[in-house]
Design a binder for this molecule. Structure first.
Ligand SMILES: O=C(O)c1ccc(O)c(O)c1
Ligand SMILES: [Mg+2]
Length: 642
C-alpha cells in the first residue's frame, strides 16, 4: 500500500511538514489549501520541494460548498473550481476533494445536485482531473457516504468519484454495508483517522480530536477491509485535525503517522484473514505483515541512571525495601539489587547511555527490561514498526541484550529465558556475598507508572500497541489537589506487564511537577507485589523506610463505604495501608512510600480475588497526602521556619 498524509495533520511551515513527511517514509501528501495559502512560495515551488523529497502530491483539498447552491451562484462556483484546477496543474496533482456543502441554503434536490456535479465533472475531464465528493458528517443536506454514492452513481461520469473518510462514517455509526457496493476505481481517495469516542458536536469532534489509527477507539479495520476487497488501489491517507498535533514536534508526529498506518494494515490483515475466505486472503497478502507480537512474561529488571552519590542514596532505599545487593557488574560501574524475583539495577557507568540519561534527567529510570519468549522476533517487529534498536557496549563473554528505544529515548530491553539455566545476571555480574536475604516479602513488579508531557500520550499508546501488541485500558481522570491527572494503562495481553501512563494539562499537579523535574517523561512510581503487605510494611518501618501517612479521615470513610471489620480497619490505619474493592469482590491493599528526592515513589500492592485495577478510588487521598507531606517538609525547611 502507498502511504500519504494531509499537511493539515502536522505542525510547522509547509516545507517543515513536507520534510518530516518524507523523512518518516510516506509516499505522498494531500496539500491542504491553507498550507499553500500561508506558504511563502508558489504552488510550483511546493511541487519542486515535493519532487526533491520524492513525495507525490496525491490530492488537493478542500473545495467547499459547491453543490446545490443558489442557481445564480453555480457559474461562480464552476469558475472558482477552474481556478483551483489551474492551481492543481501547477502542483502536478490530478485529484481534488469536494466536501459536501454546509450552507443553510443548499437545495435538497439530488437530481439538481447530480446535475451540478455533471457540469463540474465535464470541466474536470477537460483538465484530466478527478473530482472526489466527500460527505462531511455535518453536511447540511449530504452527510453520509451512502448519499454521496447515490449521487455519484446518478452522475455516472468517469471524472467523478467518491472520497471516503473514516471519521465521517464511523463517528456517526453509519451503516457500512454500502461500502461493499462501491467499486474500487470509483473511490477517488481514502482518508483515515481514528478518534476517542466522544459525545459532542461532530464538527468540533472532527476538528480537534481526530488521532492516528491505533490511538483512538474506532474499528477502522471494519471500514478499510471492504474498501480494499473492492479493489481500491490508491493510498491510505491520514487526515488528522488535532490540537495536540498542531503543537507537537513535526517529525515525531509524522513518524507516529506512518507507524499508525502500518498498524492499521496489520489489524486489517488479521481481520481479513479471520474470515477464511480466499478473496479476503488475497487482499490480506498485500498488507503489512510483521512477525506477530511475542509473549511478554513480566518485567525482568528496572534500571536507574545515577551517579555514585545518587547510587548510594537510592541503594539505601532499596535496602530499606528489603533488597539485597546481589551483584556487581563485571566491567561497568553497575550494581544489582534483588529480592524475590525482582531485580533493580543502578547504573553509574561513566561515558555510557545511562550517564547521558542521568545528565539529562537526573536520577531516573533509564531502562526497563521485559521478559519475552523470542527477543529476535520482538526486535524484528519493533524495527519493522520503525522503532530504533540499541546495542550497548558489552565486555568479553557478556550478553548483548537487544533493546528498543521508547518514545522518550529510554531503553526497553527484550530478555529471553536464560540458556542452560544461566541468567543475564550470571553472565554479566559477579555475585556479591550478601546478608542472607530475609524471606522475600516483595515478589514481583506489578506495574511501573510513568509521568508524560501531555502531548506525548498518544505517541506512547501507539508505540506500545503497535510495537509490542499491548492493549490499553480505559482512561481514568483523577483529581490532584491542583488539577486533573489523566491515566491510561498499557498492558501485555495477560497483564504480566502493566504500565500506567499519566499526563496532566495543569501546571502544578504532581505529574506536571514530575515532568518539570525530569525535564520530560519519567518514572512516577514502581509498584511491587507482595503476598503479605502487613509484614512488608512492618519490615519497611523497621528499616526506616519513609511511608506516606494517610489521614485518619480516610479510614473513617472506609468504615462507611465497606462492611469491613473495625479491627481490620484499625490495622490498615496503623500501617497507612489503603484499601479498595471492585464490584466482583476483588480486593486491593496498597501502601506508598514518600517520594525519593521529589522524583519517584514506591508502592507495595497486594491483590486478592482477581482485583484487576490500580486503586483509582484512592488516588485522590494519595495525592492529597503527598501534597500535605510536601507542604510539611517545605515549612520545616523554610528559612523562616526556625
Ligand atoms: O473539517 C473540515 O472542514 C474538513 C475538510 C476536509 C475534509 O476532508 C474533512 O474530512 C473535513
Ligand atoms: Mg476528510
Amino acid at each position: 500500500m502507498q502511504h500519504s498524509i494531509a499537511t493539515v495533520s502536522l505542525s510547522g511551515t509547509l516545507p517543515e511538514k513536507l520534510e518530516a513527511i518524507a523523512a518518516a517514509g510516506f509516499d505522498g501528501v494531500e496539500i491542504f489549501e491553507n498550507d499553500l495559502l500561508y506558504f511563502d512560495g508558489s504552488p510550483r515551488d511546493a511541487k519542486r520541494i515535493c519532487d526533491d523529497l520524492g513525495l507525490k502530491i496525491m490530492l488537493f483539498q478542500p473545495f467547499r460548498d459547491f453543490e446545490g447552491g443558489r442557481r445564480d451562484k453555480l457559474q461562480h462556483n464552476l469558475d472558482r473550481a477552474e481556478r483551483k484546477f489551474d492551481l492543481m496543474q501547477e502542483l502536478g496533482t490530478d485529484r481534488i476533494l469536494v466536501c459536501s456543502s454546509v450552507q443553510p441554503d443548499v437545495i435538497r434536490d439530488d437530481a439538481l445536485i447530480a446535475d451540478d456535479f455533471a457540469k463540474l465533472a465535464e470541466r474536470a475531464a477537460k483538465r484530466d482531473i478527478l473530482v472526489g465528493y466527500e460527505a462531511l458528517a455535518w453536511g447540511r443536506y449530504v452527510n453520509s457516504y451512502r448519499h454521496v454514492w447515490d449521487i455519484v452513481k446518478a452522475v455516472d461520469h468517469p471524472n467523478l468519484g467518491i472520497i471516503l473518510d473514516s471519521f465521517h462514517t464511523l463517528s456517526i455509526n453509519d451503516d457500512l454495508s454500502t461500502l461493499a457496493e462501491i467499486p474500487g476505481d470509483k473511490i477517488v481517495f481514502l482518508q483515515l483517522a481514528d478518534a476517542p469516542l466522544m459525545a459532542m458536536d461532530v464538527m468540533e469532534w472532527s476538528r480537534h480530536f481526530r488521532c492516528f489509527p491505533g490511538q483512538g477507539e474506532f474499528d477502522l479495520a471494519s471500514f478499510l477491509g471492504p474498501i480494499l476487497k473492492n479493489g481500491y488501489k490508491g493510498p491510505l491517507s491520514l487526515e488528522i485535525f488535532n490540537d495536540g498535533f498542531r503543537a507537537a514536534p513535526t517529525r515525531i508526529t509524522a513518524a507516529d503517522g506512518l507507524r499508525s498506518l502500518l498498524y492499521l494494515e496489520e489489524t486489517t490483515r488479521k481481520a481479513l484473514e479471520s474470515s477464511n475466505k480466499a478473496e479476503d486472503a488475497r487482499v490480506a497478502e498485500t498488507l503489512f505483515a510483521p512477525p506477530p507480537p511475542v509473549r511478554y512474561d513480566g518485567v525482568e529488571f528496572l534500571e536507574f541512571a545515577v551517579d555514585d552519590a545518587a547510587a548510594r542514596r537510592l541503594a539505601s532505599w532499596f535496602d530499606k525495601l528489603g533488597f539485597a545487593h546481589t551483584g556487581t557488574h563485571k566491567s561497568k560501574n553497575v550494581s544489582l539489587y534483588s529480592q524475590g524475583g525482582v531485580n533493580l539495577i543502578l547504573n553509574a557507568e561513566p561515558d555510557s547511555f545511562a550517564h547521558a540519561f542521568f545528565v539529562a534527567h537526573g536520577p531516573s529510570l533509564c531502562a526497563a527490561a521485559f521478559r519475552v519468549d523470542d527477543s529476535r522476533a520482538a526486535l524484528e517487529r519493533a524495527k519493522l514498526y520503525k522503532s530504533r534498536s540499541f546495542e550497548s557496549r558489552v565486555g568479553p563473554n557478556e550478553r548483548q541484550i537487544p533493546a528498543v528505544r521508547a518514545p522518550d529515548g529510554s531503553l526497553q530491553y527484550l530478555v529471553d529465558p536464560g540458556e542452560d539455566g544461566r541468567t543475564i545476571y550470571d553472565s554479566d555480574f559477579d555475585p556479591v556475598e550478601t546478608k542472607s536475604p530475609q524471606a522475600a516479602l516483595l515478589t514481583g513488579i506489578d506495574h511501573f507508572a510513568l509521568g508524560l508531557p501531555a502531548e506525548t500520550l498518544d505517541t506512547w499508546i501507539l508505540f506500545f500497541r503497535a510495537v509490542y501488541g499491548f492493549t490499553t485500558e480505559h482512561e481514568w481522570v483523577l483529581p490532584d489537589p491542583y488539577g486533573l491527572v489523566k491515566s491510561r494503562v498499557v498492558r501485555s495481553p495477560d497483564g504480566a506487564i502493566r504500565v500506567p501512563l499519566n499526563i496532566s494539562e495543569n501546571r502544578n499537579t504532581a505529574i506536571a511537577r514530575s515532568v518539570s523535574t525530569y525535564r520530560g517523561s519519567g518514572l512516577q512510581h514502581v509498584a511491587f507485589a507482595t503476598g503479605d503487605i502487613f509484614a512488608a510494611v512492618a519490615a519497611a518501618r523497621e528499616a526506616g523506610l519513609p511511608l506516606l501517612e494517610i489521614p485518619r479521615n480516610y479510614y473513617d470513610d472506609l468504615a462507611a463505604r465497606f462492611d469491613l471489620d473495625p479491627d481490620f480497619i484499625e490495622r490498615l490505619a496503623e500501617a497507612n495501608i489503603l484499601y479498595d474493592r471492585d464490584p466482583n469482590g476483588g480486593e486491593l491493599l496498597h501502601v506508598y512510600t514518600e517520594p525519593f528526592e521529589e522524583r519517584f515513589f514506591f508502592e507495595i500492592i497486594e491483590r486478592h480475588h482477581g482485583y484487576e485495577q490500580y486503586g483509582a478510588a484512592n488516588v485522590a487521598v494519595r495525592l492529597a497526602a503527598q501534597a500535605q507531606s510536601r507542604a510539611r517538609q517545605q515549612s520545616r525547611h523554610a528559612p523562616w521556619s526556625d
